[in-house]
Design a protein around this ligand. Structure first.
Ligand SMILES: Cc1cc2nc3c(=O)[nH]c(=O)nc-3n(C[C@H](O)[C@H](O)[C@H](O)COP(=O)(O)OP(=O)(O)OC[C@H]3O[C@@H](n4cnc5c(N)ncnc54)[C@H](O)[C@@H]3O)c2cc1C
Length: 580
């Protein structure tokens, strides 16, 4: 038997969390007596709700077990012969992608607002055709046909234009959607993440301003402007601070009542199929009917059903630092792990030396500890993106000399600074101006505050705090530095999948990346084309901006709803047993 949640037994409301040598958490979850558990009831919606309640209680009891393992009695409450509880969908990652998916799975459904007129007349007339239906019940391919936007995923472009019509043309039209909570559409799910809800935003340098306007990063149903009003003294700036965004996402989960589905401090270490066989590969259509719905009576039936399921394993960190291992069975898995977990490396000699860092936070830490005060050697900053620019800004504001190294020419048209309007992003334009005007070729010697080295690369770092730079022509320069920051991007970390998930990318011979090699998905379901019942959204499928990840959440929910309907229909057609 796998470690962890199973045996959360079907047909009984006693929840059991077993860990190998630690605690068992048992809790009566719905108050019903054994034998009259509502998961056995004949109303499929009631059944699902009850299952949802049990999953929520599971999340609740695991959350409650944090730091309490020592006081919990050691108890084995597995019920032999009972099939384990299987979650219809487990979401890995609790950033904006995971949160938004949880929102839609919870039954919040988008409709065209009664008064709304979309500025695109073709799209508007299509929306009018089925105004009474939720967008989730409509043909997404038809609605998104012909739309253009800054995502290569059509459903992402569709929902972006419904939420922010014509925003890329400088308009500020209100969303044409209204969201209704329809609890009968709730799909039980669990969201697992390393930290608090908000994902990468809890790790992003808190003192900078975001690139996007605050409202572009809001999630449906809670206006960022309304939420921030009263929290901020300077209400003029439309750009937000990362810490405000992180706090907004955390709050969002509470306000929308999603908390019961979230389990924090969880680290997923493996996601694998329970069983694999020929039949699965040939006929991989997912029909997520739970064991409860199908009234599975014995283990062999259960084994047949779970053939296609996933086993999601990991551990939860407790407040005392210990790890509680667990395994969950899931019919579907959604990858919402973002792309910021593994900083990109130069692979230069000496990159592991202690003075070489890969996060702006390390610069801030060194500054706050006073390590860079007074007359110090320059800080080396590698990279020409916005994170490197943030580091330059941070050093500059603290009077720390900077050597800034990047591979492109300073006037390269692909540099991100060229795409940012000067009036909105004055701080980045200031850095860009320095990159162009304070180059080592212009000033010949090191500038006391900042010197750029365009078209250079780091050849090596030495243990005596020196770094060797090399120009495009092969010329070498050696500098004594006080710290190095390599800020050249980051990669997703899908180590928990077989082959680190490479097999699900567009190019299976290369690692998954947001821009070059995202997960290959069906454009209208976000299911991995090479791995049935595995979904991905957000930067993993190329949607790095929060504006665009909402489309993934809607497409996945729609896909699961349709499969569920199909399954229920098949049970009824097949002379069902009164379950559906
Ligand atoms: C410095 C910076 C500035 C940005 N500015 C903007 C901006 O202005 N506007 C904008 O739209 N976007 C911006 N972005 C991009 C934005 O942060 C991402 O698009 C967004 O956070 C993606 O959300 P996500 O939920 O998919 O992933 P994330 O926010 O990255 O969340 C994924 C979560 O999953 C967790 N996770 C990963 N692996 C595991 C595992 N094995 N087990 C458990 N949990 C796991 C991660 O730790 C993380 O907490 C910025 C990004 C950075 C780094």
């Amino acid at each position: 038997m796998p470690l962890g949640f199973p045996p959360l037994a079907v047909g009984c409301c006693r929840q059991t969390l077993v860990t190998p040598a630690t605690a068992v958490v048992g809790a009566d979850t719905c108050g019903s007596r054994e034998g009259v558990c509502p998961v056995r009831c004949s109303d499929p919606n009631r059944g699902l709700e009850s299952e949802g309640q049990r999953l929520s209680s599971l999340a609740f009891s695991l959350n409650n077990s944090l730091g309490r393992t020592e006081t919990m009695p050691l108890e084995e409450t597995a019920l032999p012969g009972e099939p384990p509880l299987t979650v219809p969908i487990v979401i890995i990652g609790n950033g904006p992608s995971g949160i938004c998916l949880s929102y839609v799975l919870s039954g919040y459904r988008p409709y065209l607002s009664p008064e709304a007129v979309h500025p695109n007349p073709i799209l508007h007339s299509k929306l009018e055709e089925a105004r009474h239906l939720s967008i989730l019940d409509q043909d997404l391919e038809y609605l998104s046909e012909g739309l253009e936007g800054r995502s290569s995923n059509p459903v992402a472009v569709l929902f972006d234009t419904l939420l922010h019509p014509n925003v890329d043309f400088g308009y500020n039209y209100p969303s044409v959607l209204q969201w209704k909570l329809e609890q009968q559409h709730y799909i039980p799910h669990i969201v697992l993440g390393k930290g608090p809800p908000g994902g990468a935003w809890h790790a992003i340098d808190g003192s900078m301003l975001t690139i996007s306007l605050g409202e572009w990063m809001e999630l449906p149903g809670l206006k960022f402007k309304d939420w921030i009003a009263g929290k901020r003294r300077n209400k003029k700036c439309d750009r937000a601070m990362p810490e405000e965004i992180a706090s907004y996402y955390k709050q969002y989960v509470k306000v929308m009542g999603l908390q019961r589905n979230f389990i924090e401090n969880t680290y997923i270490t493996s996601v694998s199929r329970l069983y694999r066989d020929q039949e699965e590969d040939e006929n991989h259509e997912n029909e997520f009917a739970s064991a409860q719905e199908l009234q599975i009576e014995n283990e062999s039936e259960w084994a047949a059903l779970t053939k296609r399921n996933w086993e999601v394993c990991g551990y939860q960190k407790t407040t005392d630092g210990s790890h509680i291992p667990f395994c969950i069975f899931a019919e579907n898995v959604a990858l919402a792990t973002g792309t910021f977990d593994s900083p990109a490396r130069l692979e230069a000699e000496g990159e592991d030396l202690p003075f070489v860092h890969h996060s702006v936070r390390d610069l801030e830490g060194a500054i706050s500890k006073g390590k860079l005060s007074g007359k110090v050697d320059p800080v080396l900053i590698v990279g020409a993106g916005l994170t490197a620019a943030d580091a330059v800004l941070c050093a500059y504001n603290n009077n720390i000399p900077v050597i800034h190294v990047f591979r492109k020419k300073a006037n390269d048209p692909s540099l991100i600074f060229k795409q940012l309007p000067k009036t909105l992003y004055p701080e980045y334009h200031k850095i860009y101006h320095m990159m162009c005007t304070q180059s080592h070729t212009v000033i010949c010697t090191l500038h006391p505050v900042y010197t750029s080295f365009p078209e250079h690369r780091v050849l090596s770092f030495k243990s005596d705090m020196k770094c060797v730079l090399q120009s495009a022509s092969g010329l070498k320069n050696v500098f004594k530095i006080s710290m190095a920051l390599v800020l050249i991007g980051s990669h997703p970390n899908l180590f928990f999948l077989k082959e680190q998930g490479q097999s699900i990318g567009h190019n299976p011979s290369r690692p998954i990346t947001c821009k070059g090699n995202p997960v290959e998905i069906n454009a209208y379901t976000y299911e991995a084309t090479k791995e049935p019942n595995l979904f991905a959204l957000g930067p993993l499928v190329g949607d790095n901006f929060i504006r665009f990840l909402k489309g993934g959440a809607l497409a996945i929910t729609r896909c699961l709803e349709m499969r569920q309907k199909k399954k229920k229909h098949a049970i009824v057609e097949g002379g069902g047993d009164g379950v559906a």
